[in-house]
Structure formats: C-alpha cells, structure tokens
Write a protein that binds this ligand. Structure first.
Ligand code: GLC
Length: 431
C-alpha cells in the first residue's frame, strides 16, 4: 500500500502525463523538457517501467539530424508560453532539424546515466539498447558542436542550456554582451504564472532573447552559434554531467556489444579529464563557471561545483577544498544544498537558481558523494530534501533558509525524486 506522499507523487506524474511524455508542471512549463524527462523516467520506473521507457523514447524522438537533443520539444503550440516555437523558429527535418519544432539549444546530458541506472536496477535491456545510438549521436554533437575552435572544453551558448537558467554563475558572460536593439517586443508569461520576484529580471530576459535571435539569424548553425554567438561559458554542471554520462555510455557500449564505439568515448573521457582544471578557480578554490573568451571566472560556489564527485573528477586537494566549501555552507543554511553560495554576492534564497535547493541536483550530488565515500554529506543532502518535500510539498525548488516551496507546484521531477530515491519504499528496495 503506497504511503500518502507516494500516492501524491504518483498522482502528480499521472496528471502531468500528456500521453507518453510528461510536462514539468501544468501551465508554467507546458512542453517536454530534456533533463526533466530523464529524471521523471526514474520516478515512473517505480510503478510503470513501460511508461518510463516511453518517456525517454519520446524525448529522443525530438532529436535533430545533427544529434542535438533540444532543451524543449514543442509538440503543439501553447500560446501561454514564451518563448514558444515561433520565436525559436528552428529548422524542420528536411533542413537538418527535428520532426517537430523545438528549442535550438540543448540541456544537461543526464540521459545516459539514467538509462544505465534503469537497466542496472533490472530494467529492460532491449528498450535501453534501442536508445544507445541516438544517445551516442547526442554526445558526439556535444563534443563536436559545443567545443569552441581553439579550446578543449565543452561550453554553453545560453544559460538555459546549462539547466541553471539565472544562476549568478553567468554574470561574466552576460556582462560582456549587449542586448540586440532589434529584438522584437515580447510579453513574458513566466511572471504571470509565478511570483516575479522569484524569476529572472527583465534585463536578463532581454539578453536571453538576444541569444535566441542570434541562433535564428544564423539558421541554427550550431558551430557558428558556439564560435560566434554572444554568450559562451563553460559550466561545471555541463562538464561534470557530460563526463559522468560519457563514462556511463561507455559502460552501456560494453554491455550492448558496441565495443566499436569504445575508443571514441574513451577519447572524450580523457579530453574532459584533461580539461577539468580549466574550471578550477584558484582564488575561490572551487570549480566555477568560466567565460571561455575572456577567461573570467564566476565568483561563487554553486551546486554545480559539487558535481565533481558525480563525475569522479578533480584531484584529492580539489575534492577536499570542495568539501570544505560544502561544510561552510552547511553551517549557514537549514537545508542543503543551495544552488548559489550564501556568502557570495547575488544570493537570494527564493529567486530560482540564485539560492533555492533543487531536487534533481540534490539527487546527483548526493549520489556522487556517496559513491566517493562521503556519506555524511551525501545523507545530509538526501535527508534535507526529504524534509523539504515533507514540509512544503512537491514544489519546483525550495528556500534553503526557511524551507518554503518556490515557483512551480505539483512538480514532476520532485515527485520522481521522491518515488525513486527518498520514499521509505525506495530506500527499502535499494537496501
Ligand atoms: C527551468 C529550469 C530548468 C528546467 C525547466 C523545466 O527552466 O531552470 O532546469 O529544465 O525549468 O522544469
């Protein structure tokens, strides 16, 4: 008999189901989002494995010919969302795009890691095997089209590509760019559906729209977007998630008899291990986002800085310094791990990625810490999320000081993290 919270989580996933794919939450996010769907599959797998695979199959259905897996798939137009398909204006399949309209950028590539988790926890090898080739194409795209000429690190062309939309991490890149005076007037919808004080500012939004306009102006030529676009930052989140996902893809290649790809994937892993130091900010002694062209570092410890454990990356000294930061932050907040450093400028406990705790981040950070033997912090990060959901429900993210829920309600990845990771039932099954 599922507990009350288990049942609520199942009901949220079912009510956000739009026929094989799940929206993150009704109204505010009315489409399929890339890394949301990957996490959501873990939740479905606890009560409907077939539906979990379907989520991932429908996600990969939106892949472009060049391998890009977009951050949003617009299967239908919803005028209640900005910026929708007519703003992105991405190419159709005949012109190198996907089967239906989508965003023209990607999102954190957690998919291969999640497919491996599903398979290793008893999922269906044949459903996973069918996803291998498109996942390989997507990783190839990341390494080929998001590694700027003259650099050896994968970078992001839009803060939304990192999944951590308005984190202060992006200040070095945003402050170097101007708003394009030709962007057309627009009406935001996010501030209608949620509290504007928790959402990005108007100036930030104008810059986000400027980046989209650039992509549109170059016909979404992905190499041009990377090499010539207005924004280019390397993100510890993308770097560590991709490195981990490459390791998981390699394990899947071996499992599925795809040794033919092993040396290519090993090459990506070696390159990423070599590039990890590029993100080490010696002044702060932490892995930080970095503007690729100017070399300027972001100036705070973000939740992505803590993903080095998930990627099994960094030296012993770098890991020790990362743990030190987490202990310092632990003494400042009630709930771990805030998305932005409470000691840094621009910390705001309820503004989106400027402070709130994010469920899916806690999951991969905690798993990474546990894998590397850091059980105290791993448990703290897991137990704090349990306490947050118990206190405030299945919200999009949470205030690390008060535990209040922020932005979206009845949120899919929060429900999924409960079912797959936090529920007493999940813990008994994992034991
Ligand atoms: C916000 C988040 C992003 C997420 C999306 C849908 O844009 O920043 O990470 O994928 O919402 O939940």
């Amino acid at each position: 008999m599922p507990s009350n919270l288990d049942q609520q989580a199942i009901d949220i996933l079912r009510s956000n189901d739009r026929g094989g794919y799940t929206v993150p939450t009704a109204r505010l996010y009315p489409y399929q989002w890339n890394w949301d769907s990957a996490f959501v599959a873990l939740g479905f797998a606890t009560f409907d494995l077939n539906r979990a695979w379907r989520e991932l199959e429908l996600l990969l259905d939106g892949q472009w010919c060049n391998g890009l897996l977009p951050h949003i798939l617009f299967r239908q137009n919803d005028p209640d969302y900005f910026p929708g398909p007519s703003v992105w204006c991405t190419p159709n399949q005949q012109n190198g795009g996907g089967k239906f309209p989508s965003g023209g950028i990607s999102q954190p590539p957690v998919l291969a890691s999640i497919v491996r988790m599903l398979i290793e926890s008893g999922g269906d090898d044949s459903r996973g095997k069918a996803l291998f080739e498109p996942m390989l194409k997507w990783h190839r795209w990341y390494h080929r089209d998001r590694t700027p000429d003259g650099f050896d690190i994968v970078a992001s062309v839009h803060p939304w590509e990192t999944g951590r939309d308005n984190c202060p991490d992006w200040e070095p890149g945003l402050s170097r760019m101007a708003v394009d005076s030709d962007i057309e007037a627009y009406v935001r919808r996010d501030t209608v559906h949620s509290d504007p004080s928790q959402r990005p500012s108007k100036e930030q939004y104008d810059k986000y729209v400027t980046m989209i306009k650039f992509g549109r102006d170059v016909g979404w030529d992905q190499r041009r977007l990377t090499n010539e676009g207005p924004f280019l930052m390397a993100d510890p989140g993308i770097h560590f998630i991709l490195l981990r996902a490459d390791r998981d893809l390699l394990a899947l290649a071996k499992r599925f008899g795809r040794e033919d790809c092993a040396s290519e994937i090993q090459g990506w892993i070696a390159a990423a291990e070599g590039a990890t130091n590029t993100l080490w900010n010696p002044e702060l002694e932490a892995f930080c986002a970095r503007d690729v062209r100017s070399g300027a570092f972001s100036c705070g410890f973000s939740s992505a800085s803590a993903l080095c454990f998930w990627a099994d990356a960094g030296t012993d000294d770098q890991r020790a310094a990362t743990l030190e930061h987490m202990r310092r932050i632990q003494a400042k907040v009630t709930y771990m791990l805030p998305s932005w450093d409470p000691d840094a400028a621009m910390f705001e406990p309820q503004r989106y990625w400027c402070g709130p705790v994010w469920p899916q981040m806690n999951h991969i950070i905690s798993r990474g810490l546990a894998e590397q033997g850091e059980h105290d912090l791993a448990n703290r990060i897991r137990d704090d999320l349990t306490a947050l959901i118990t206190k405030s429900g299945f919200r999009e993210c949470f205030d690390p000081l008060t535990g209040e829920g922020c932005i979206g309600k009845d949120f899919s990845w929060t429900a999924a993290m409960w079912l797959a990771w936090l529920s007493p039932r999940a813990k008994t099954e994992a034991a």
